[in-house]
Design a protein around this ligand. Structure first.
Ligand SMILES: [Zn+2]
Length: 532
């Protein structure tokens, strides 16, 4: 005895697309969340020429949902819209071809930042990103290039010389051959292969010279006036990508993707692609973005030792943000600085005390560098100072960077800050894990900083949408009191959040709250006989 099975049966009533996707499916929430985003900018960019375009909301729903389930390529999105019920629902049964996705992302490259900002605003409107404590962290994501498509500066100089020599010789040969052949065949004949070889070398030389210029420009910006280290590398495929070497996994070409995460909800509240593999100067652009995009700064910015320096401190202080930031020990190679690490610092009165109990009092400050000099009041015998004056008093010179480090250490020692710093591990790092392992985003598909920045905005927007869906969809629901389904590893801090208000408990409740006005619920599609 079997259930009846009839594929050619037609529907008695036109089915609603909504019914093809389960009530609790994340696609519904992504659909509703994208419906809440203000896409005026995207809509305005669409011209009125040519074929009517797909609605940006449709495109965005499909692209963002694709990102949450690990589908990043436009060709795979096209296929998903043809085969996958959740995608069919989001696309309203439309089937855009991959070109359309590529063009959409190209046309709206700038707008993806706006889409990301919208997800943060929505989270804040829902009370899910208070911007109290925000953790900032960076992760290296592979660029769309390989280390085999790269060359070091030294090698480029050699190659350039070698190719120039070869080209010169080929030209000489060509000239000689030309003259000979002109005599043999007459001036009209053109057939021989020196031209091809020449063209190939000239093309290669051009490519190397372009890469060399890009590297020189970059080094000039980062280390003005210094000679270029011949070991510095650049990628031909993506000159903006950075070479990153780690003993455990060798050399890779990467982008340093930064994300500031609200420590209560794990919503990404600002993102940025840093110009270098170091995090040292990444706090400034992130704060600047939060100020501009959200009109609000966090109370505290929590960062690991990679950010712990004078510039980070200054960026935070200028904006009234408390930096809770670890600091690195000075390397052994910097002996003057590590000498200072051994001394205790008293904030008031402004003085240092060495392990032997000698006091170094403030003497004066250098007017341009800001380096401060401290001296012992009388002659000492210990070697804690940097040098001794003629009368035997010990002197230390304290650069501003060291004072900044001391200040960061003082802030870290304030009540609650160590605990907050420890919590960073559970809040700032998991989003990267979820983006890489959960969503499967491990490599940028696009090349060049601008395109990569737009891609990172989309990734962060998709992460937020997924996170919001998880927070709203399951938390506080009587049937599912535990951590949200999307939270791989069930991260501690989320569990500590107060439960959402009862009207968020169900989907209908969320919608009722978000959209008091009437919205078209079911999209009915009449001719569906051979569809789905
Ligand atoms: Zn001493």
């Amino acid at each position: 005895m079997y259930r009846s099975y009839n594929q050619s049966q037609s529907f008695l009533l036109p089915p609603s697309l909504y019914d093809f996707v389960d009530e609790g499916h994340p696609a519904h929430l992504i659909n509703d969340l994208v419906d809440q985003l203000d896409l005026t900018v995207l809509e305005a960019r669409n011209g009125n020429l040519g074929q009517p375009a797909y609605h940006p909301r449709l495109m965005l729903k499909v692209i963002l949902y694709g990102f949450t389930v690990g589908i990043f390529s436009s060709r795979k999105l096209q296929r998903a819209c043809q085969e996958n019920l959740a995608f069919k629902y989001l696309a309203g049964m439309e089937t855009p071809v991959f070109r359309t996705f590529i063009e959409f992302r190209q046309r709206h490259r700038e707008d993806m930042k706006g889409v990301f900002v919208q997800t943060v605003k929505l989270a804040r409107a829902l009370g899910l990103a208070r911007l109290g404590a925000v953790a900032l962290d960076g992760t290296k994501i592979d660029a769309n290039t390989s280390k085999h498509k790269a060359m070091s500066y030294g090698r480029m100089l050699e190659e350039e010389k070698r190719l120039q020599g070869e080209i010169r010789r080929l030209l000489e040969t060509a000239e000689a051959t030309d003259q000979r052949e002109d005599q043999e065949y007459g001036p009209e004949d053109d057939g021989y292969q020196v031209g091809e070889e020449l063209a190939r070398r000239e093309q290669r030389l051009k490519k190397i010279q372009e890469a060399k210029r890009a590297l020189e420009g970059r080094e000039q910006r980062e280390h003005p006036g210094e000679p270029i280290d011949p070991k510095k590398q650049i990628s031909f495929a993506d000159p903006d990508a950075r070479c990153f070497t780690k003993p455990s996994d060798g050399t890779r070409y990467v982008y340093n993707a930064q994300a500031a995460v609200d420590m209560d909800s794990q919503i990404i509240v600002a993102n940025h692609v840093e110009e270098s593999v170091s995090d040292a100067h990444a706090a400034e652009p992130i704060l600047e973005r939060m100020e501009r995009e959200q009109g609000q700064l966090p109370e505290t910015l929590v960062m690991d030792a990679g950010y712990g320096n004078q510039d980070t401190l200054a960026s935070c202080q200028q904006r009234g943000v408390t930096p809770v930031c670890a600091t690195a020990r000075e390397g052994k190679e910097d002996r003057e600085a590590s000498k200072l690490d051994r001394l205790c610092y008293d904030h008031a009165p402004d003085r240092f005390v060495c392990p032997h109990g000698h006091v170094f009092q403030f003497a004066h400050q250098h007017s341009t560098s800001g380096t401060r000099t401290y001296k012992t009041p009388g002659p000492t015998t210990c070697a804690c100072g940097h040098y001794q004056t003629a009368d035997g008093r010990a002197v230390i010179r304290v650069p501003q960077s060291h004072l900044a480090k001391r200040e960061l250490q003082r802030i870290m020692a304030e009540p609650g800050h160590r605990e907050l710093y420890r919590r960073r591990k559970y809040t700032a790092e998991p989003p990267f894990g979820q983006i890489k392992a959960g969503m499967g985003f491990r490599r940028f598909l696009y090349r060049g900083r601008e395109k990569v920045g737009s891609e990172w905005n989309l990734v962060c927007a998709a992460f937020n949408v997924k996170k919001l869906a998880a927070l709203l969809g399951t938390r506080g629901h009587p049937a599912n009191p535990g951590p949200a389904a999307g939270d791989e590893g069930g991260n501690g801090p989320l569990r500590k959040l107060p439960p959402l208000k009862p009207f968020f408990a169900s989907r209908g409740g969320l919608l009722a709250w978000l959209t008091p006005w009437v919205r078209p619920r079911a999209i009915s599609v009449a001719p569906l006989a051979q569809g789905v």
